[in-house]
Design a protein around this ligand. Structure first.
Ligand SMILES: C[S@@+](CC[C@H](N)C(=O)[O-])C[C@H]1O[C@@H](n2cnc3c(N)ncnc32)[C@H](O)[C@@H]1O
Length: 325
């Protein structure tokens, strides 16, 4: 498959199949596809327009933020709320940014108001970059801001395309990536499964047992793509515990610090059965709580039983920044 065929395609399944093979030289030519931004936004919305003002930080300064959320995209929720509050602490002015796993584009809509130099966007779900472009176009009133968005179209698995991104290009690479292994009874392209799960056999990492394989694979690759002083910002569930999360950064030569943390409700639709199995295999307990004050700890099995019984389960969420050490 050629670069031309990869770019702009919306057949995520075909492309994902293709990316199972080692990346070809064609990927070295990956260029941002401006046509996504300037043409595809005119298409009819594929999903409902949903108000997300409650998710955006107060300094966003807009009272109407409706974004299109089709069934295949991650619906901004309390994870997004926490992530946006972490991103709010960053100084992105004049910085070259890259969002991995852009989803609906809500983070880009927020950060564009903070005068970045540019924000490149990509996603493994091939329909998300055009979707994000439509959402950004809907909210971005200034054409000079639109020109700052650099869409990389197609289904771009971070494990396959990042090695071919230009070296030393970014000040900030950020993402909120799936941290739960795909249960055996689910398909990765079912609904928004790709936004919540990853396939364990595709991503080799010694932190895979904590659900951190995708984040680890990203961190293993980012250093050459960061400018001196650059950093990576990740939205991480606190379920594996702070010690393990910091190990994730240190093993990849990055100095971790917490930008933001809060306690959130566990996503009621995300199965924790794979975490419960991993807990037994690793002998290290995952961190959940039965209450919002984090006074009643639970292991993954107890948390999954409560979730199945429709009882609330909570966990911490951290927005970590990793700086080149
Ligand atoms: C939890 S959603 C977050 C979406 C958006 N960043 C947000 O904060 O609302 C995770 C996103 O990562 C994408 N994703 C999942 N696996 C990926 C991979 N291997 N490479 C790149 N993106 C991936 C999903 O398609 C999804 O859009």
């Amino acid at each position: 498959m050629t670069t031309e065929e990869l770019i702009g395609t919306e057949n995520a399944i075909d492309i994902a199949e293709h990316l199972k093979t080692p990346p070809t030289k064609a990927l070295q030519k990956l260029q941002p596809d401006r046509s996504l931004l300037y043409h595809q936004y005119t298409r009819e919305p594929e999903g409902q327009l949903v108000a997300t003002a409650d998710v955006l930080p107060d300094d966003f300064g807009s009272d109407s933020v409706d974004i299109e959320i089709p069934p295949y995209a991650f619906k901004p929720d309390q994870w997004s709320r926490a992530f946006l509050r972490g991103l709010a602490k960053l100084d992105v002015s004049g910085k070259k940014c890259l969002e991995i796993g852009v989803g609906t584009g809500i983070n880009v809509i927020y950060l564009l108001a903070k005068s970045p130099d540019s924000i490149a966007i990509s996603d493994k779900e091939g329909r998300c970059v055009p979707l994000a472009c439509r959402n950004i176009r809907r909210h971005c009133r200034e054409s000079q801001n639109l020109a700052k968005v650099l869409p990389y179209g197609g289904s771009l698995d971070l494990a396959s395309w990042l090695p071919f991104a230009e070296d030393g290009n970014f000040d900030i690479i950020y993402g909120c990536l799936p941290q739960v292994i795909l249960p055996k009874d689910k398909q990765i392209y079912e609904g928004d499964a790709l936004a919540h799960y990853y396939e364990r056999e595709r991503y080799a990492s010694d932190l895979g047992i904590y659900g951190l394989a995708l984040n680890d694979i990203l961190l293993q690759q980012v250093r050459p793509h960061l400018k001196p002083g650059g950093s990576v910002v990740l939205n991480l569930g606190g379920r594996p515990g702070q010690k393990t999360l910091e190990e994730l950064f240190r093993k990849n030569g990055l100095r971790p610090s917490i930008l933001h943390q809060e306690i959130i409700a566990q996503h009621a639709e995300t199965s924790l059965s794979s975490l419960a199995t991993l807990e037994v295999a690793s002998g290290r307990q995952f961190e959940f709580f039965a209450d919002q004050e984090a006074k009643q700890p639970l292991n993954a099995e107890q948390a999954e039983t409560r979730r199945q019984n429709r009882l609330p389960v909570f966990h911490r969420i951290y927005v970590y920044q990793g700086q080149i050490s």
